[in-house]
Each structure stands twice: as structure tokens, then as C-alpha cells.
Design a protein around this ligand. Structure first.
Ligand SMILES: [Zn+2]
Length: 185
């Protein structure tokens, strides 16, 4: 029995678990079943640690909830389950990228670290008050953005959101498209 298992049991019972200081705050439409409550109490310290791991303001639970909600929206809009999961995962990737903007020093390429050549500012966050840029060579930008996406996917997997099969298929198609486009130019 682990903290992750206890959290799964809580979610299955419709309980939302949040951190409140060093404690857990439970939100549920009805009093939680005794065994789930006991599980959460027994693993409290480990659960607080797990929920704190995400340092972007969103805890693991928030990402799972975001994913689940997007799956439901896609299904509601007529997608089959596997397509809905792939779309939801894409949303998670975009959201992760938005929440982890990269601001790099002007005059140096963030990808290859060279300062020679024409560098362009790429907007990687949507803060209107203080917009930040990542500086890249145009020829480095595609690889840099691919690495960023791969990093987002890896982070989501670490948080327990598995890559949907249909999403993996889409990546292959996109990569093939980019590849053939490069060959032609
Ligand atoms: Zn470069």
C-alpha cells in the first residue's frame, strides 16, 4: 500500500485531496468511506510529499483531474474513448509548456549555446505583464521545441498519466511530416 494507491482509492470514491499546510484537506460530496479515510490518514505524510512534488503550482492530482476533465469534454463532443484520451493528453502537453516558460539570455542560442548567426526571440509564455522570450536560431528552433514537448510528455508520464496509444500514433505522423518537409526545402 502506497501513497499513490491511497490517492487512487480516494479519487475512485469521489474525494478531492488537497494540501493544507502540513495537513490534507478532503473535499467530498458525501462523508468518505471509513477504509479510504483510514488509508489517507495512514499515508498522510507521504501523500503531502507526493502532492507537493509538482513545483509549478499544480499538484499531481491537478494534472490527473485536468486530463480526466478533457477526456470527458472530448467524449461529450463525440470522440471515441481512445481519440478523447489522445486529445486530452495533447491539452496536458500544451498546458505543461505554458506553465513552464523558458526565458533565455538575449544573444545566445538556448539550443546550441552559440552566439554567432541570427537569433530570434520565441515567445514561450503568455504572461501579458512580463512576456519572456527564448532566443534561438531559426534552424535550432524545431529541435528545441521538439525536446520541450518530449520533456512535457516525460513529466506527465512521471506523474502517472500514461501516453495514450492514439497520441503516440499522432507523434509519429507529425514527425514524418516535418521530416519530409525538411527534405523538400
Ligand atoms: Zn542555435
Amino acid at each position: 500500500m502506497s501513497a499513490a494507491f491511497a490517492l487512487e482509492a480516494a479519487r475512485a470514491a469521489g474525494i478531492r485531496v488537497r494540501i493544507d499546510g502540513d495537513d490534507l484537506a478532503l473535499e467530498a460530496p458525501a462523508p468518505p468511506p471509513g477504509e479510504v479515510f483510514n488509508l489517507l490518514a495512514r499515508h498522510k505524510v507521504a501523500i503531502v510529499t507526493l502532492l507537493r512534488q509538482a513545483n509549478d503550482g499544480w499538484a499531481v492530482e491537478d494534472w490527473k483531474e485536468f486530463f480526466d476533465k478533457r477526456v470527458r469534454i472530448s467524449e461529450f463532443n463525440g470522440s471515441l474513448r481512445d481519440e478523447a484520451e489522445a486529445t486530452a493528453f495533447s491539452w496536458c502537453v500544451s498546458e505543461w509548456l505554458d506553465r513552464h516558460p523558458v526565458r533565455s539570455e538575449a544573444g545566445v542560442c538556448e539550443f546550441c549555446n552559440r552566439s554567432q548567426g541570427l537569433l530570434q526571440p520565441y515567445l514561450t509564455d503568455d504572461s501579458l505583464r512580463d512576456p519572456g522570450h527564448t532566443w534561438l536560431h531559426q534552424e535550432c528552433s524545431q529541435k528545441w521545441h521538439q525536446e520541450r514537448r518530449a520533456k512535457a510528455v516525460a513529466e506527465l508520464v512521471t506523474m502517472g498519466i500514461a501516453i495514450p496509444v492514439k497520441f503516440a500514433e499522432r507523434i509519429v505522423i507529425v514527425d514524418q511530416y516535418n521530416f519530409s518537409k525538411n527534405e523538400g526545402s
